[in-house]
Ligand binder design. Structure first.
Ligand SMILES: [Zn+2]
Length: 315
């Protein structure tokens, strides 16, 4: 046999084997191809993700520069930041927790009404001493405006300010034409389970020189013993803050055991004599919208301080 024929035979003899080998080789090469495609895909995806992360944080950094006062962030710092605990981020914010006063229910009782209720009623549960169900109230010596009008003006402003601040508010009255005794006002607060009753009044005096701001709180004993401590606590905060806001003369914090509105109350209660309407200057101030706003702000500040203190005690 010549050598070329030998080679043909050899090839033919080896064919099955050669075929098997070449199929294996093809399989191996196909696997490599797929592996390389998968590897390329992973590489591309990683690259794309890196590019995205880079541009995203560059944009965030630029954005924070233009819209906030945060210092400009370098990408390296951001990457460093996100690889660590969130507290390491320079702009990490504590999760906002609601203020202690949020959701507290304030009962606002603007004193008096258009028509007095002069029938007498016991000043407390089982009392023999009586008082008119609702007195007429005083009147401005200069403006001629009735107390029940001024206290509702201020009460409506207080309602809005407290809602703005996150409180719940119930108004005993929002009009003048009502017939609600002082006892019934207290009972309404009890039924609603208010956190505090704020009674708004202005004072009058036979002496035209008498002026200033005064806070009344329930007496320490008798019917009001259970509500005394918190009423005093609330009264002290509100008294201090209103005086700071309006700069009026301080007529003090007075305990009263003879007021139906306190004696029928089972929730803490304070009564603000916001000014004296028989004094010319104070009468005019009490009808001044700016002065009214200051009184309201003082009350809000006092209530916020009171509920912050209450919350500390509850923890
Ligand atoms: Zn009054």
């Amino acid at each position: 046999m010549n050598t070329s024929l030998q080679r043909v035979i050899s090839i033919r003899q080896n064919q099955p084997n050669t075929y098997t080998q070449s199929r294996r080789q093809r399989n191996v090469s196909a696997k490599r191809k797929w592996l390389s495609i998968v590897a390329s895909a992973i590489t591309l995806a990683t690259l794309a993700a890196s590019v995205f992360v880079f541009f995203f944080f560059s944009w965030k950094a630029a954005d924070s520069e233009t819209t906030t006062n945060y210092p400009a962030l370098e990408l390296s710092k951001v990457v460093e930041g996100i690889s660590q605990e969130p507290k390491e981020l320079p702009y990490a914010l504590e999760p906002a927790s609601p203020a202690p006063h949020t959701g507290r229910l304030i009962i606002i009782d603007p004193g008096h009404q258009a028509q007095a209720m002069n029938q007498h009623a016991p000043i407390g549960p089982g009392a023999t001493q009586t008082r008119p169900m609702v007195a007429a109230g005083t009147r401005g010596v200069s403006t001629g405006v009735a107390e029940y009008i001024v206290v509702l003006d201020i009460g409506l402003k207080l309602r809005d300010a407290l809602i703005e601040e996150g409180y719940e508010v119930y108004m005993v009255r929002e009009t003048h034409d009502v017939q609600i005794s002082n006892k019934d006002r207290a009972l309404r607060g009890n039924e609603l389970g208010g956190d505090l009753m704020v009674r708004l009044h202005c004072d009058g005096s036979p002496n035209p020189n008498v002026h200033g701001f005064m806070t009344l709180i329930p007496a320490n004993g008798g019917w009001t013993e259970p509500i005394y401590a918190k009423s005093r606590q609330a009264g002290e905060h509100v008294h201090r803050e209103v005086l700071a806001a309006i700069g009026a003369y301080d007529r003090g914090i007075i305990e009263r055991g003879d007021l139906s509105g306190f004696n029928w109350s089972t929730i803490p209660s304070i009564l603000l004599e916001m000014g004296v309407m028989t004094n010319v200057r104070e009468d005019e101030l009490l009808s001044d919208p700016d002065y009214q706003d200051k009184i309201v702000q003082g009350i809000v500040n006092g209530l916020n301080a009171y509920f912050a203190e209450i919350a500390k005690g509850e923890n």
